[in-house]
Design a protein around this ligand. Structure first.
Ligand SMILES: [Zn+2]
Length: 391
């Protein structure tokens, strides 16, 4: 079987594991682990707190720093309410495309990695090749966060990571972070004719939002001069607000759903610090002056770090060489790349398929995209190899 046929067969198996973020990915991890260990890889599987999800980190070649990481998330988004032509968890081939949930985001990349792993294992690699397959990317990169913590604790320092999110094999070297929050205000209800006897949660939410908007305006002045993002500064945005019961009733509750897209973590730290101080020093004391149990609680929905483009990037240079591409771009979607970058691993995003198909009904990956990915991995193999292993 050639690499493409093997990749298609593995992808069909991967699609059949319905690894929606809410559900377990253990069967897929076991399957991938079996393939990698029979290819000769050293495995490290780590479970999350629930014991229902796991990361798989595997290494082929010498156990030392300076390796290359091929990284992909194993979870997929739900299919509920989507109109699919065929069963989303049974891969189907039509018109040069492979349809199924996760085919492009991002089981196609994982299938290609698994298909070629034995070829890497046949070589005496000068530097290690790692596979990092994670859980819960779609709900805030939880698995990758645990994985980079373990790498840090183990003291392992791979040099570069290629995150195979769908970019049509284009080279992506940066994206903003995506930080999402819900802030809940709890006040004290009362009759609308006596506003001073209650604590109006909607009014305090408005004051909070006003402070947030003022910070948002300041962020424009903090845009790095060399920023290539559009817009070049960190943005904040309130997407939803819900609170109160009726015109003549003091609102006892209000929730504000808001997000921040930082170009740099300094900005997100600044906003969080300023908002926290405003809540602790102004809003809460005023609310509690009337009602001791009043509260303002911010829930973190997700904090996906950005990938900061840097002038010297080994990962970008490697992928330039592997793909023949000479141009890199920035994108607006978030990935796990920023987490790898945070612990000093040069990171880049490059993978088969298009983000335009991700999360949609009839998600597909074009077969020629899988082939392009295999070509990249083949070049990587030749680059990492010093000589064939004696047989
Ligand atoms: Zn993805």
């Amino acid at each position: 079987m050639d690499d493409l046929a093997r990749t298609k067969a593995i992808l069909a198996d991967l699609v059949a594991f319905p690894t929606i973020s809410a559900d377990s990915n253990l069967r897929l991890i076991t399957y991938a682990g079996d393939l990698l260990s029979s290819a000769g890889a050293q495995l490290s599987v780590s479970l999350d707190e629930s014991g229902n999800k796991a990361n798989l980190f595997a290494t082929i070649g010498p156990e030392r720093d300076g390796g290359i990481v091929l990284s992909g998330h194993t979870d997929v988004v739900p299919v509920e309410g989507q109109d699919w032509t065929s069963d989303p968890f049974v891969m189907s081939e039509r018109d040069g495309r492979l349809y199924g949930r996760g085919t492009c985001d991002m089981k196609g990349f994982i299938a290609a990695c698994l298909a070629v792993a034995p070829r890497f294992a046949q070589l005496d690699l000068a530097r290690p090749l790692h596979f990092a397959f994670t859980y819960d990317e779609e709900v805030g990169c939880l698995g990758a966060r645990a994985l980079v913590d373990e790498l840090r604790k183990a003291g392992l320092r791979p040099a570069a990571a290629i995150i195979g999110e769908p970019t049509m094999m284009g080279v992506i070297e940066g994206h903003k972070g995506c930080y999402e929050y819900t802030t809940e205000f709890t006040g004290l209800e009362g009759h609308g004719s006596q506003p001073d006897k209650g604590v109006n949660a909607v009014e305090y939410a408005v004051r909070y939002i006003s402070r947030l908007m003022a910070l948002g305006a300041e962020l424009k002045d903090r845009a790095p001069a060399e920023s290539r993002f559009s817009p070049p500064w960190t943005t904040v945005q309130v997407g939803r607000i819900a609170g109160g019961n009726a015109r003549n009733t003091i609102a006892g509750h209000c929730s504000v759903e808001w997000e921040m897209r930082p170009v740099h973590t300094d900005d997100s730290d600044h906003v969080k610090r300023e908002l926290g101080a405003y809540v602790d020093q102004d809003l809460l004391p005023a609310m509690r002056h009337v009602y001791q149990d009043a509260s303002i609680v911010t829930h973190v929905i997700g904090e996906v770090r950005g990938l900061l483009p840097v002038s010297q990037s080994e990962a970008r240079d490697i992928v330039f060489e592997l793909t023949g591409n000479r141009q890199s771009e920035l994108v607006s979607f978030g990935t796990e790349a920023g987490l790898f970058q945070e612990i000093g691993i040069s990171s880049v995003i490059c993978g088969p398929g298009s983000i335009a198909q991700a999360h949609k009904p009839d998600e597909f990956i074009a077969i020629d995209q899988l082939q392009a990915c295999l070509d990249m991995l083949d070049k990587l193999r030749l680059n990492l190899a010093t000589r064939e292993m004696p047989t």
